[in-house]
Design a protein around this ligand. Structure first.
Ligand SMILES: [Zn+2]
Length: 278
């Protein structure tokens, strides 16, 4: 494949990601407000139905200068940011598959797994960013689906999937247990039932060998943003941040670049040794 073809392919994946990002914005809103997924989107204020002109990812936002075409109210900047981020995650996920799984069978199934994980992680990140919580119904659904992926990995054996089997279950168990203990023994950590499931979900995605990078990347990136936020509001105590966006960011990073990250942390040989027993 020549360069032009590759660029066109990447652009197509990016546009596909934009469309799914637009879907995510809608999904987060509808899940939060207990609305059904069918039916056209409408303006919050005038209740007018939105048409295709309002719904082109990124472009509608910039063309109408970030305002609603119907009521002229300012639209939250999170909409185009989610769309762009989803496009980017799709490209990175596809890039990872392209370089590591192209010559293996089950490319379609692996693509499906990457898309589902990407959408769920982005969904929970946006949901937590906007509403400061993990939706328990949605995370239970995500857990069941990801547990099925890992079960498939066990059945297939021989490392044909992007997710690992037994290592995934162990990762989920340990990550979930850590958060469970934090919830149980600390008061005011701001974490609850949803966070336990979310970490188990992330554990299934990265496997037991991905847990150290997962905790490391999420806590370091979360702390940096937390400190920046504290400096901006001018106080260091009592500053709260939404933590799920950092878990999601870390989990997707580990999912796409696990080998390089483990090597960077000099953990690769240690886990190579362990993986021979799993
Ligand atoms: Zn409006």
């Amino acid at each position: 494949m020549n360069l032009i073809m590759e660029i066109i392919l990447i652009l197509q994946i990016f546009v596909l990601g934009l469309v799914w990002g637009s879907f995510l914005n809608m999904a987060v809103y509808r899940v939060k407000h207990n609305l059904s997924f069918s039916g056209r989107s409408f303006c919050d204020h005038t209740k007018e139905k939105l048409t295709w002109k309002d719904l082109i990812p990124l472009l509608s936002y910039f063309f109408y200068k970030g305002r609603c075409r119907h009521c002229k109210k300012k639209l939250p900047a999170i909409y185009p940011i989610v769309e762009f981020t989803t496009g980017l995650v799709f490209v990175l996920g596809f890039w990872y598959l392209w370089n590591n799984f192209l010559d293996k069978p089950l490319f379609g199934l692996n693509l499906f797994i990457i898309v589902i994980y990407s959408l769920f992680f982005l969904f929970f990140a946006v949901y937590d960013y906007l509403y400061w919580e993990v939706n328990v119904k949605a995370i239970k659904l995500a857990l069941v689906i990801s547990a099925l992926f890992s079960l498939t990995a066990i059945v297939l054996s021989d490392k044909q999937l992007v997710v690992s089997g037994i290592s995934g279950y162990l990762g989920a168990l340990i990550a979930g247990l850590i958060i469970y203990l934090i919830v149980k023994f600390t008061k005011g950590s701001g974490m609850g039932e949803g966070d336990i499931y979310l970490m188990a979900f992330a554990g299934l995605a990265v496997g037991i060998e991905g847990l150290i990078p997962l905790f490391l990347i999420s806590s370091v990136s979360g702390s940096i943003i937390g400190i920046i936020k504290a400096l901006r509001v001018g106080k260091l105590h009592g500053v709260q941040i939404q933590f799920v966006p950092f878990i999601s960011f870390a989990a997707l990073a580990v999912l796409f670049w696990k080998d390089s990250i483990l090597k960077l942390l000099s953990l690769d040989e240690f886990f190579l040794l362990i993986s021979e027993y799993l």
